[in-house]
Design a protein around this ligand. Structure first.
Ligand code: MG
Length: 351
């Protein structure tokens, strides 16, 4: 399944390579709307003057992109009219202009370009951005919706983490929280994935969860329920975070007063450039910032982690959930994110 060859395209002074790859999940992963055991990704490489930047597009099924759509997007790219990777803004604006959506495909080029730039400058990208790696929040670790027995097993396996992320949104919400609370006192965050449909019930749950040390609520109700989410945010004893409702930079200002904060993911927002703009805009609007991920290799995770020192909460467990990561990058030790002190995004292919 993972024997695909690299497709290589010479584009003027650049060479772009890409190939499909299938991530195998360590556990069946269940959220409010679906379950799955694999995640399709496309790996990219961008070469210039003998240096290679790495990138990745991850396509969980609900986002509407596939390996075929990403490869078809990447086949459209022509970089022959650019002379230097330092034409970063022009290059990324050109990539963004090639299609309306395809945000993961765009991110796979953005990440590779940032990695390449960091390698040319011989510095980790967080240093180029002037960010202090010790300010990176500990990452949460996700416990999917499951039976009591499996939840117990997963909580046991997660004993290094200082914060757990719990998927809610079905009939089992209180059982899941009670099960976890019978085992550990670590703070929890709850991701409802739009699963609740009634604002009064959502508020009641917010109070119930706060009493059990749940520190925020991610996407409690469907993103279309703007007034209801705003009402909940106004009354909730814990912050609300927009995930499905927040895709790109243009969404951020509209979400002020509807949610307390936003969850930024590289695959939603076309990559590192726009993710940083979103974090800075949210900060300027006095909104909270969470940094999330899809199921991804250490490539996209470590790319996102460059930005983590700017955020309040990090949810960067995507590479820990898979069995066949092909890069070494950000490490998680005692629940803390350790950014590699290597140029670019700092990943290396596993030996
Ligand atoms: Mg979410």
């Amino acid at each position: 399944m993972n024997s695909a060859q690299w497709i290589s395209k010479k584009l003027g002074k650049f060479t772009l390579r890409f190939k499909p790859y299938t991530l195998e999940m360590r556990h069946v992963f269940t959220v409010a709307s679906f379950s799955r055991t694999t995640t399709p990704v496309v790996l990219t490489e961008l070469e210039f003057d003998g240096l290679v930047g790495y990138g990745e597009a991850s396509m969980p099924p609900y986002l509407g992109e596939t390996q075929e759509s990403v490869i078809s997007f990447l086949n459209k790219i022509d970089l022959s009219h650019f002379n230097s990777p330092f034409q970063t803004q022009e290059i990324l604006s050109y990539i963004d202009s090639l299609a309306d959506k395809n945000t993961a495909a765009k991110a796979s080029v953005d990440i590779a370009l940032h990695d390449l730039l960091g390698k040319i400058m011989n510095q980790p990208f967080y240093k180029i951005w002037g960010l202090a790696p010790l300010q990176t929040p500990p990452t949460s670790y996700t416990i999917g919706i499951d039976t009591e027995e499996v939840i117990r097993q997963k909580v046991k396996e997660a004993d290094q983490f200082k914060i757990l992320k719990v998927k809610l949104g079905l009939e089992t919400d209180k059982m899941i929280i009670d099960t976890i609370r019978s085992m550990t006192d670590v703070p929890l965050c709850a991701d409802v994935n739009q699963g609740w449909k009634n604002k009064e019930e959502a508020l009641e749950m917010a109070h119930w969860l706060k009493e059990r040390n749940v520190v925020f609520l991610e996407q409690p109700m469907p993103k279309e329920m703007i007034d209801e989410n705003a009402w909940l945010t106004e009354h909730s004893p814990i912050p609300t975070i927009a995930d499905e409702a927040c895709q790109r930079l243009a969404d951020v200002t509209k979400l002020k007063d509807v949610y307390t904060g936003i969850n930024i993911k590289l695959m939603k927002c076309t990559g590192m450039r726009e993710a940083k703009q979103m974090a800075e805009l949210a900060r300027s609007l006095e909104m909270k910032v969470m940094l999330g991920c899809m199921t991804e290799t250490s490539c996209a995770i470590t790319a996102a982690a460059q930005l983590a020192p700017l955020t309040d909460w990090a949810d960067l467990d995507g590479a820990l959930l898979i069995a066949n990561d092909i890069y070494d990058g950000m490490e998680v030790i005692d629940g803390n994110c350790l950014l590699p002190d290597r140029p670019g995004i700092g990943i290396v292919p596993k030996a």
